[in-house]
Ligand binder design. Structure first.
Ligand SMILES: Cc1ncc(C[n+]2csc(CCOP(=O)(O)OP(=O)(O)O)c2C)c(N)n1
Length: 369
């Protein structure tokens, strides 16, 4: 166990004062510390490649090393600027990466995390990124050493953090929620109304888990689901690829963190103009599945955005009033249609996790009787 304050002490001593990244559940106690910092010192980025690039820009203007934090799944988003800009053989820009190590071989995790966890150290080696593993306070000495290496060699270094390593001393009281609908209330009603032969592709985190459990609980056979347990930000593109070659009605259940991560996907949907594609944004302005850290979705006018990108219709729900009627008219509309649902933070308890992924894929791809 490592107290976040002790970790911060090491970073401060090394003049690391700027933080940017995408939140991760392993690093959520670190995020609690970062929440207090002003925008100039901490930016929650929409994807890990952008975080890396923000860090590169910060170095170019200040000559100081930035801290870029991410889940190891996001290392793939970061690889392009890491290898093609910051790498020693290119511009040799010193960066410090703090990586939440899901699927570390020492910890039990889900299939998608195990796949990435196993190759994370290999990837770092391949990228020639020196790293240390943080498990105990003693390991902070190694951290101090590799940051000094980054400075001296103008290189990229990283530390890997396993589950349940970082502890935060204070108790944080979360702000009171607005009076919107809950994600599960919307999904439950939507599932009851979804046409029999339709397909649903749902985003990473609580959305997929709630969809799976609510389908089971209510024994709903209408529609078949594909849970995007990994590949955050790509559910809308998977849905577009499906819609392009199918006549079936296809729904994408998305999150605001996820939509922001690869927002270009919205333009592809608007450009392709598939009538059978309907896109639902469950907007809680936060990364709820990894600790509730804010996204930057607040203030976006999704109506103007989607219509200008080529969607045909925009629908809006923020409470339970006329819920059925609103969902029905969204389902009936000719796409591409966009439905923004403003939701409170708050999820069902004891959610199960999609496990038999091959079976889920086969069921999703199977035809209807
Ligand atoms: C590439 C990548 N980066 C980070 C994560 C960690 N992660 C899992 S779910 C999630 C939050 C998703 O936020 P949002 O789409 O708004 O859905 P919510 O959790 O609020 O339901 C994050 C950051 C991930 N799985 N993949």
């Amino acid at each position: 166990m490592i107290l976040v304050n002790k970790l911060i002490e090491v970073l401060k001593k090394n003049k690391i004062e700027f933080f940017t990244g995408v939140p991760d559940s392993i690093l959520k106690n670190f995020s609690l510390y970062l929440e207090k910092l002003p925008k100039q010192m901490h930016v929650i980025a929409t994807n890990e490649g952008l975080a890396t690039s923000l860090g590169i820009g910060y170095y170019l203007s200040t000559k100081k090393i930035p801290c870029i934090y991410l889940q190891n799944s996001g290392l793939s988003n970061a690889i392009n600027p890491l290898i093609s800009i910051a790498n020693k053989a290119v511009y040799s820009i010193p960066l410090f990466l703090m990586i939440g190590w899901r699927g570390s071989p020492k910890k039990f995790d889900e299939p998608q995390h195990n796949a990435k966890g196993k190759i994370t150290t290999k990837l770092l080696k391949l990228l020639k990124i020196e790293y240390c593993i943080l498990r105990e306070e003693e390991d902070l000495k190694k951290l101090n050493k590799i940051i000094k290496t980054a400075k001296k060699n103008q290189s990229i270094v990283a530390c890997l953090v396993e589950k349940n390593t970082l502890k935060f001393g204070q108790i944080i009281n979360k702000k009171k929620e607005k009076n919107y609908i809950f994600r599960h209330e919307f999904i439950e009603e939507f599932l009851k109304l979804v046409p029999k032969k339709s397909k649903i592709i749902s985003t990473t985190g609580f959305t997929s888990r709630e969809l799976m459990d609510l389908r089971k609980k209510n024994k709903i056979k209408n529609g078949k689901d594909f849970y995007m347990v990994g590949g955050m930000g790509h559910s809308a593109s998977v849905a577009s690829g499906y819609a392009l070659h199918s006549k079936k009605k296809i729904f994408c259940l998305d999150g605001d963190g996820s939509i922001l991560m690869h927002m270009g996907a919205l333009r592809t949907i608007g450009y392709l103009k598939k009538k059978n594609l309907s896109h639902i944004l469950l907007n809680n302005n936060s990364h709820e599945s990894v600790g509730g850290q804010p996204t930057s979705a607040f203030g976006i006018d999704f109506k103007k955005l989607c219509i200008s990108l080529g969607y045909k219709n925009y629908f809006f729900i923020n409470n339970k009033k006329n819920l059925k009627i609103k969902i029905k008219s969204f389902i009936k509309s000719k796409g591409p249609s966009f439905l923004e649902v403003k939701i409170n933070n708050g999820s069902l308890k004891n959610l199960s996790r999609p496990k038999n992924l091959n079976k889920i894929k086969k069921n999703f791809m199977s035809t209807y009787d």
